[in-house]
Design a protein around this ligand. Structure first.
Ligand code: C2E
Ligand code: CA
Ligand code: CA
Length: 625
């Protein structure tokens, strides 16, 4: 307990002699009390036990210590030691109180009660000692006053200590609450507002927009191919990239608008009023522009990552924030599927498209397991001799509910999901086996297989082609891989190298849909090309456009001058055919000759053809359409 200074005690000035006698007696009492400290503590313990409130053993020990220290302190004060010494001794009990308060292990009223019990126990002891030593009543009163004084000061100090602790805890709680509120509304990785906060912002914007008739828009930003970046460079690099992307986007978003992260690689910008005066497209363009410069990441220093994004925009009133965000999301999906690295404005009806596409995607994954894919073959003809030169393998899907689905409906999805790598590989193996089988039957016929960009992006393709040839025993010079112009241009260097290695296997390379892509002739020299498949569009144009003929003539001439075979696809009419023969196009393909045919019909077709050419030397077109 705290021990006040001697000046604090109100000593009544009696005679010098009386005072000396009093101090002697008080000293005796103090010394005796000091010796009986253990009994005082025992008295406290007894009182505590009677109260029925037991504290944890460690806390009880603390109180025993407080009782001991306080008794010692007040005893030394009575015994006439300097106030400083007594205070020094008392300080320890302070610290103990401070700890108990800080740890909040004992209720304030219990501490108070225990202080009072110390006073009672010490007072009992004082009276006992006064009687024992036959001391005067005044000494007894003085000693009790000193005890009471110690108690008073202690109680006040104790309350101060509790109060300081309460304040500290309160402040701490406030800080924690702020932290929690921030965490609940912000994304931990980028520090940007999260979905909750963004929805809140949109909700407010919608209210303002209704009141003031001002526009409001949400732009849903999704990084293209983020998953493959993550897979290639690891999650650490992925996180770094997300932070860098967030910073870039933040740099071009106006203060009045808001940027948030919805999770994963999805960001959103919400804008209203003036920001939209030039249209939301401008914001989308700024966002895409911000990503243009390549990113460099710590740990993958030598790699400069080029990142693009697809942006979906939803604008105008909605019944709630979620709806605006959902529409922006739908538009974003559309932007993805329209080729990525661009933006699309939401329109009603988009949702249904997305829905059926998603269903198709799920069905596609099952198709692979359910063996629902099969290959049909469309013959090509030598336009000079009118005899078949080869068969183009074309993929079909026998859908359990929809029936036969054409590749235009599902190849883009196979490409987006990467499933094309497996499925395309399967077509390649299948086609080689079929080619070998026809060869065995005596038909020396070529096989053409379409190869998509995703397949050509991988070095493994070279081995896959080699294995397909080896496994089937098909003659490599009878195999042609058809690659589109756009595929060639997407990663020109690496693609050229892979094609060169494939050519070393003896396989032929054809450029499919020639004339629709970059139409740059420079790459014809760069890539090892054997054939040009002139796009269908040029052939169908022949019928309406008088210039069409000149164009075909030019393309065929181009092929001749580079010693590259020319093949015209989509020949539907006899007039097309005669014109193509006239300009000396080498090979033709189209419904006029034959549609893509199932294997059994191809067998019959090849047999018939052989019989026919043996019987009559007649160059008539077999209409097998
Ligand atoms: P493509 O490579 O240009 O294939 C030729 C397409 O033109 C085929 O459509 C064929 O049925 C069609 N066609 C042929 N002659 C005529 C004609 O006289 N008139 C008209 N209007 N069309 C004709 P299909 O089978 O629907 O294939 C469409 C596209 O799907 C193919 O275009 C090709 O790019 C892709 N594809 C098909 N199978 C595969 C495959 O196994 N792998 C890859 N990567 N793509 C494939
Ligand atoms: Ca083709
Ligand atoms: Ca084509």
């Amino acid at each position: 307990m705290h021990v006040p200074t001697v000046e604090g005690a109100n000593i009544d000035a009696a005679s010098q002699q009386g005072l000396a006698a009093l101090e002697r007696e008080l000293r005796l009492l103090g010394e005796s009390l000091g010796e009986r400290t253990g009994d005082v503590v025992a008295g406290i313990k007894r009182r505590n036990a009677e109260s029925g409130v037991a504290l944890e053993p460690l806390v009880e020990d603390s109180f025993v210590r407080v009782g001991t220290v306080s008794t010692t302190a007040v005893a030394r004060w009575m015994a006439g030691e300097g106030a400083e010494v007594a205070r020094e001794v008392g300080r320890e009990s302070w610290q103990i109180f401070g700890q108990l308060a800080a740890q909040r292990v004992v209720a304030l009223d219990e501490v108070t009660k225990r202080c009072l019990r110390w006073r009672d126990a010490a007072e009992d002891m004082v009276r006992e000692l006064v009687a024992e030593h036959g001391l005067c009543e005044e000494v007894s009163e003085r000693a009790c006053a000193m005890l009471q004084r110690s108690l008073d000061v202690t109680l006040v100090r104790m309350c101060q200590s509790f109060e300081a602790e309460r304040k500290r805890a309160h402040e701490e709680l406030g800080r924690r609450q702020e932290e929690l509120a921030f965490m609940a509304t912000h994304d931990a990785l980028t520090g940007l507002p999260n979905r909750t906060l963004i929805l809140d912002r949109i909700e407010q914007m919608l209210v303002r927009s209704r009141r003031n008739q001002t526009p409001v828009a949400a732009l849903f930003v999704d990084i293209d191919n983020f998953k493959s970046i993550n897979d290639t460079f690891g999650h650490g690099a992925g996180d770094q990239l997300l932070r860098a992307v967030a910073a870039r986007l933040q740099g071009v978003v106006r203060d009045v608008d808001a940027l948030g992260r919805l999770g994963g690689d999805e960001f959103v910008v919400v804008a209203e009023g003036m920001s939209l005066s030039a249209g939301p497209e401008l914001i989308a363009e700024r966002l895409l522009e911000a990503l243009k410069q390549p990113f460099t990441l710590a740990g993958v220093e030598r790699t400069r990552l080029t990142v693009t994004a697809s942006v979906g925009i939803a604008m105008g009133d909605r019944s709630c924030a979620e709806e605006l965000l959902r529409d922006a999301d739908i538009a974003m999906y559309r932007a993805k599927w329209e080729g990525k690295n661009g933006y699309t404005l939401f329109e009603t009806g988009m949702q249904d498209d997305i829905q059926s596409r998603m269903e198709l995607e799920m069905d596609l994954r099952e198709a692979q397991e359910g063996e629902e894919f099969f290959v049909v073959y469309q013959p090509t003809f030598d336009l000079r001799t009118m005899s078949p030169t080869g068969m183009e393998a074309l993929l079909r899907w026998r859908h359990p509910r929809r029936g036969i689905v054409g590749p235009d409906e599902f190849i883009p999805l196979l490409e987006d999901t990467g499933l094309i790598v497996d499925v395309g590989g399967w077509v390649l193996r299948q086609a080689c086996l079929q080619g070998a089988a026809w060869h065995q039957d005596g038909h020396e016929i070529g096989i053409a297989v379409n190869v998509s960009a995703r397949q050509l992006d991988r070095d493994e393709l070279v081995d896959e082609v080699a294995t397909a040839i080896e496994h089937s025993g098909f003659r490599p010079d009878l195999l042609t891989l058809e690659v589109t112009e756009t595929t060639l241009m997407s990663n020109a260097q690496a693609t050229a190298e892979r094609l060169r290695r494939i050519k070393q296997l003896g396989v032929r390379i054809a450029i499919d849909d020639f004339g629709t892509g970059y139409s740059s002739l420079a790459y014809l020299q760069r890539f090892p090309v054997d054939a040009l498949k002139i796009d269908r569009a040029f052939i169908s144009r022949l019928r309406e456009d008088p210039d069409g003929e000149t164009l075909i003539r030019t393309l065929v001439q181009l092929g001749k001058s580079l010693s590259i075979e020319t093949l015209a696809e989509g020949i539907e009419q006899a007039t097309d055919l005669s014109l193509l023969r006239q300009v000396s196009c080498d090979v033709g393909q189209g419904f006029l000759f034959a549609r893509p045919l199932e294997v059994e019909i191809c067998d019959a077709f090849l047999e018939n053809w052989a019989v026919r050419t043996a019987a009559v030397d007649d160059l008539r077109v077999p209409l097998l359409a």
